[in-house]
Design a protein around this ligand. Structure first.
Ligand code: N01
Length: 547
């Protein structure tokens, strides 16, 4: 039996975007419920609790900016917080803002249908609830649908197997086990060095090698914490202007501005400082598909060759595509792990895994025995979470059908034909530091709803010409950048990591700062890319249709 409840807004997802949207909508006086399939807050930080899980962005800008109290009260303990610290942060924020009472955990949205007469959504969930609401905000997360390759024989495996993106909440003891790690993306490279400490043996199955930048984690002491807190206004100003919404310096010089020796010094300095500085604080043309990128790419290869003692393993770990064509992970002694006697690398680029066996797995040429298999095989990114959720807009149009080829949105936030539906971190939103990005988007959502309330509008829908122009702009900004190589590198940026998924740009790469200016302009100029309708207009249209 369904239990139908009316709200002003329903928010999907208890991660950064959803919690911020819930807080802001409630502040506007709107009755709001947030639903999440997990058992607690955190979104991806609830599910991705695999060994070694921690952020790749530095703590002081991988967090909420909007509340001075939260910034003052919360103390980060290290440069890259662990999953456990992130979980504590989410709990702290949720309790501080008293959000829990409006969150329904263990509740998955199965569908939503727009009613064009009443201007409301009816949202259905897997536990039989039905909510009606004027506004539906999806903050379901761009990387929230883990991808498990369709290997035959998985059901026959007699050991334990895990997915990095669905890691169990109960302790997993890998000590003394023979462990396979499949996948060498951001998740796999965090798992390998940590598991290597307890497992008897770790075998890493690599299909595409990665440029793993050294993170160089360290504790944050009291003096640094105080300095960060005192600098927060500047941190957020810098992050909101940054190409990827990070508080990182952006260099002004191209590679050609340096002598060959100084190029190496610039790269070495960024490598030693650690993290994503290597992408921003080296050469300003490193993101272009040209010589600067190759100099930086070769520098990383030379580091891999210097760190990894076995030359054959080192060569296999050296990527051949341009740096940043695929999202480079930050590592914590990843390459060093291959110098351990209990860690080995198997190249499956041309010798793929063909089958899971009761006692291990088989590639085209060899068989391996394992007690445990860890699938760190990524996500059906950005559009994946909408699949299997039956969202129906105007004229019963299905969202997953609409997004089956290339997803079309306006500003990554709205889809034509799906009125009053906002996608926080949706397709063609910026590829950027998540918290900073979704906060700006959540603010856009509340600014839009305020505008509607002030003007007596009940429905908003982006115009097709605005959507077309945004999609075109997304395609244009890719040209000439290393990202045009993303398909070669099987990158999720283009959906190229999922067999059969249409290749198309999924995120905006024109710069987070530019994007924030763009959505601000949309808000301050009266939302020119949207059409609004009021009840009076709807009534006269209905009258006209019947006369
Ligand atoms: O996933 P991935 P991820 N046989 O898609 C391999 C964010 N993130 O979870 O490259 C063998 O990068 C696949 O091989 P290939 C971050 O944005 C952030 O690691 O397709 N291998 C690849 O090596 C990141 O970019 C953080 O050839 C197969 C791996 O699986 C995004 O999430 C931490 C295979 C998947 O790598 C995704 O990262 C974690 C097959 N059949 C994630 N199928 C932090 O911020 C797939 N693979 C710390």
């Amino acid at each position: 039996m369904s239990d139908s409840i009316e709200f002003d807004a329903v928010v999907i997802g208890a991660g950064f975007g959803g919690l911020r949207a819930l807080h802001d909508l409630r502040k506007m006086g709107m009755s709001t419920v947030l639903v999440d399939a997990g058992e607690d807050v955190g979104g991806v930080w609830f599910w991705n609790r695999y060994p070694g899980a921690r952020t790749d962005s530095e703590a002081w800008y991988y967090c909420y900016s909007f509340s001075k109290e939260i910034l003052d009260k919360w103390n980060w303990s290290q440069r890259y917080p662990t999953q456990a610290e992130m979980a504590r942060y989410f709990e702290f924020v949720t309790d501080h803002l008293d959000l829990r009472k409006d969150i329904r955990f263990r509740t998955r949205v199965t569908g939503a249908t727009w009613d064009d007469v009443e201007n409301v959504w009816t949202v259905r969930t897997d536990n039989g609830n039905e909510f009606s609401c004027r506004y539906l905000v999806s903050a379901a997360g761009p990387l929230s649908k883990p991808y498990l390759p369709d290997f035959p024989g998985l059901d026959s495996f007699t050991g334990d197997w895990y997915q990095s993106g669905f890691w169990p909440t109960d302790e997993v003891d890998l000590s003394g086990k023979r462990v396979a790690v499949i996948g060498t993306g951001a998740s796999g490279v965090q798992i390998v060095p940590v598991v290597a400490h307890s497992a008897a043996q770790v075998t890493v199955f690599q299909r595409t090698s990665n440029y793993v930048l050294p993170a160089r984690n360290r504790p944050i002491d009291e003096a640094e914490r105080d300095a960060i807190k005192a600098d927060y206004d500047n941190i957020w100003t810098r992050a909101r202007q940054h190409f990827y919404a990070m508080d990182l310096p952006i260099c002004e010089n191209g590679a050609a501005d340096y002598s060959a020796a100084n190029q190496q010094r610039v790269l070495e300095r960024a490598w030693e400082i650690g993290g994503f500085r290597f992408l921003f604080d080296t050469f300003n043309d490193v993101w272009l598909d040209g010589p600067a990128n190759e100099i930086a790419s070769e520098f990383v290869r030379s580091k891999i060759r210097a760190i990894v003692k076995d030359p054959e393993t080192a060569e296999l770990l050296c990527p051949r595509y341009p740096l940043a064509a695929k999202r480079p992970p930050c590592g914590h002694s990843y390459y060093e792990a291959f110098n351990r006697a209990n860690v080995s690398l198997v190249d499956v680029s041309e010798n793929p895994i063909t089958e899971i066996l009761p006692g291990g797995l088989r590639t085209a040429t060899d068989e391996y025995e394992f007690d445990v298999i860890i699938f760190a095989t990524g996500f059906d990114a950005i559009t994946g979470p909408a699949e299997g959720v039956d969202i129906r807009g105007r004229d019963n149009r299905s969202l997953s059908e609409t997004w089956k080829t290339v997803p079309r949105t306006y500003l990554g936030l709205a889809v034509h034909g799906f009125p009053n539906f906002f996608t926080v971190a949706g397709p063609l939103g910026p590829f950027a530091n998540g918290p900073t990005m979704v906060e700006q988007q959540a603010e856009f959502v509340t600014a839009t709803i305020s505008f509607m309330q002030q003007n007596g509008y009940e429905a908003i829908d982006p115009n097709t010409d605005a959507v077309d122009a945004w999609v075109r702009h997304n395609e244009e900004v890719l040209e000439g950048t290393v990202l045009a190589n993303a398909a070669v590198a099987n990158s999720w940026f283009l959906g190229a990591n999922i067999p059969g998924k249409p290749r198309g740009i999924l995120a905006y790469f024109g710069g987070a700062g530019n994007y924030f200016d763009r959505i601000h302009e949309e808000t301050t100029s009266g939302f020119p890319g949207f059409t609004f309708s009021s009840p009076a207009e709807a009534a006269s249209e209905t009258l006209a249709a019947h006369s």
